[in-house]
Design a binder for this molecule. Structure first.
Ligand code: ADP
Ligand code: 6PG
Length: 183
């Protein structure tokens, strides 16, 4: 069983930064969720208009298909995707065991990091609309929330520690299944 990670949270929380670090440190196949948006979605966000559920379903399905294809190849994956609502996460995790890492921080801190980011289509003015629909992980969802406070290295270390703990539970499950089959 492969491991599939979605790094989630509002625009500017650090998803791409953390997902790339997981790719670099652990070798998981990596995709930037924004790269799967149709041009119409990019145009809409660039114009300062929040996406609707209808805009997001096809995008979420394409990301899910990418993960499902990698699962079939036995690859581990990490993808950045805002995954703001539980219903979005259900689409992302369809037919593939998915671990969500929610990067959480204050509106003020994320606004500041967004306003300093250069060369990105997402206007900082859309941040309130992202917080407005954000549904944090429920206890029964497969994932963890980590703080984005501190340096990039501190944030990445927290994410990798959480992922390693999850990977250990997956390995233990696989070992138990293998032992049961051999018995
Ligand atoms: N812990 C951190 N400390 C300082 N700057 C950060 C930190 N995490 C991310 N950043 C910066 O904040 C901005 C948003 O991060 P990014 O990874 O692009 O977020 P997202 O992919 O969620 O939109 C980027 O300019 C990034 O370099
Ligand atoms: O569902 C959405 O409204 C968008 O996907 C949004 O959440 C995402 O954040 C943008 O694609 C901006 O990209 P960044 O998150 O990288 O800023």
């Amino acid at each position: 069983m492969s491991i599939h990670v979605v790094v989630m949270g509002v625009a500017g929380c650090g998803k791409s930064t953390v997902a790339e670090a997981i790719h670099e440190r652990l070798g998981y196949a990596y995709a930037e969720g924004d790269d799967f948006h149709p041009q119409a979605n990019i145009d809409k966000m660039s114009a300062g208009i929040p996406l609707t559920d209808e805009d997001r379903w096809p995008w979420l399905n394409v990301i899910n298909s990418w993960m499902v294809a990698r699962e079939a190849l036995g690859e581990n994956t990490v993808v950045s995707s805002s995954a703001l609502k539980r219903s979005y996460r259900e689409v992302l995790a369809k037919d593939v065991p998915t671990f969500f890492i929610h990067l959480n921080g204050s509106h003020e801190l994320i606004q500041q990091r967004l306003s300093e980011r250069k060369g990105h289509f997402m206007p900082p003015a859309l941040l309130p609309s992202q917080f407005a629909i954000l549904e944090p992980l429920a206890p029964e969802e497969n994932g963890v929330e980590i703080s984005i406070e501190g340096s990039v290295d501190e944030m990445v270390d927290r994410a990798i520690e959480a992922l390693n703990a999850y990977a250990a539970t997956v390995a233990a499950t696989v070992a138990a299944q293998t032992a049961a089959q051999a018995a």
